[in-house]
Design a protein around this ligand. Structure first.
Ligand code: CMX
Length: 135
């Protein structure tokens, strides 16, 4: 069992409205969805790019992971998300190989997905998300 494709790339932004205008120009398409994930303290905006997506993420609270990230590293690529068919099975497989997950159980993420994250220290500094379609 391996990853299907890069499902999306997450980009942390300070100002979602300004970034929306910039990325609409850059990608030549309007975002297809805006969604808040209150639990994570983020608001997200999705653009389709071929078979994958760009997710812009802005913080809604000072203690959100996006606010902390921008404070420490500035705006930029925040995570890479891979599509998987069976997130729980993939977590079992990767845990046996020493990958550390941020959540023990998959959570409901934006855009109708089950999500979990591998800590960036296990992936050469890249926060890595797994996501499975929510039926
Ligand atoms: N990419 C790379 N490194 C990152 C990172 C990221 N996105 N976020 C944090 N780090 C690094 C920090 O720079 C820091 O490194 P050092 O130890 O070398 O200084 C280390 O990870 C710890 O970071 P921290 O600022 O002390 O923050 P925490 O330990 O509190 O949290 C993390 C780090 C990754 C566990 C947390 O950001 C998290 O749980 N992320 C997953 C949830 C998330 O990002 N949600 C938003 C997206 C929601 C969605 O897509 O639906």
């Amino acid at each position: 069992m391996n990853f299907g494709k890069i499902e999306h790339i997450g980009i942390a932004v300070k100002n979602l409205e300004e970034a929306k205008i910039r990325y609409t120009q850059l990608l030549g398409t309007e975002p297809y969805k805006q969604e808040e994930v209150a639990r994570e303290g983020v608001i997200t905006l999705f653009f389709s790019v071929g078979e994958t997506k760009i997710e812009l993420l802005a913080a809604t609270r000072e203690d959100s992971a996006i606010a902390k990230f921008i404070e420490k590293k500035g705006e930029g690529i925040h995570h890479i998300a891979y599509h998987v068919e069976d997130i729980r099975q993939m977590m079992v497989t990767l845990k046996t190989q020493g990958f550390e997950f941020i959540y023990d159980e998959p959570k409901e993420g934006a855009d109708n997905k089950w999500i979990t994250f591998i800590h960036p220290k296990c992936c050469n500094g890249v926060l890595t998300e797994l996501c499975q379609d929510r039926m």
